[in-house]
Design a protein around this ligand. Structure first.
Ligand SMILES: [Fe+2]
Length: 188
């Protein structure tokens, strides 16, 4: 289950219904999906096959045309450069849709209608950040995430930076098991 924080209100939200409501209020879709379909060592094709029904349903819902699996760990080449692209506030021309299969990370959302919200996602979490939403992303200290991604058009996923600098005001703290302490920059 995700952990949602609103640092400006010194608020941590952990109850499932409260999390869904808090995220819906800022336009973020959030669901929990079963994780028992594939083993931890399954290859990307097996993951896509295991979640074929959900992938197809999301495609219908959001007009996504492709899905893939992104796999990031500390050995990923050029990891820091890759992550740095997404750890400052940006928007995309298409939705950012992820189902976390393994690992964890933190989205920060800067909604037009309220305080910045942080969402620590973990395995089993599906999140949809609508196009145009101001956000940024970091990994936790284990620098590990594996996720299914959906795309309307991969070109639409290029980040548009806001250059607001607001991300510097929020330390991406991971609260998951064994991940206390400052995270490491990375990005989606
Ligand atoms: Fe993004």
């Amino acid at each position: 289950m995700a952990t949602v924080r609103i640092p400006g209100k010194d608020l941590v939200i952990r109850e499932p219904l409260d999390i869904t409501a808090a995220l819906a209020a800022i336009g973020i879709d959030y669901e929990r999906w079963s994780l028992d379909r594939v083993g931890v060592d399954a290859d990307a094709d097996s993951v896509l096959h295991a979640y074929a029904a959900e992938i197809a349903e999301m495609k219908l819902k959001g007009g996504y045309v492709t899905a893939d699996v992104i796999d990031v760990d500390p050995e990923t080449p050029n990891l820091d450069a890759m992550l740095a692209k997404f750890s400052t506030e940006h928007t995309h021309d298409e939705d950012e849709v992820r189902f976390i299969v393994a690992g964890r990370g933190i989205f920060h959302i800067n909604p037009l209608n309220g305080e910045v919200v942080s969402i620590e996602v973990e395995a089993g979490d599906m999140i949809r950040v609508p196009r145009g939403t101001r956000h940024w992303f970091d990994l936790c200290t284990d620098r590990r995430i594996r996720a299914i991604r959906w795309f309307q058009d991969k070109a639409g996923w290029t980040p548009h930076y806001t250059h607001s600098g607001i991300n510097a005001q929020f330390e991406p703290l991971c609260f998951g098991p064994a991940y206390f302490g400052p995270r490491v920059h990375t990005g989606f």
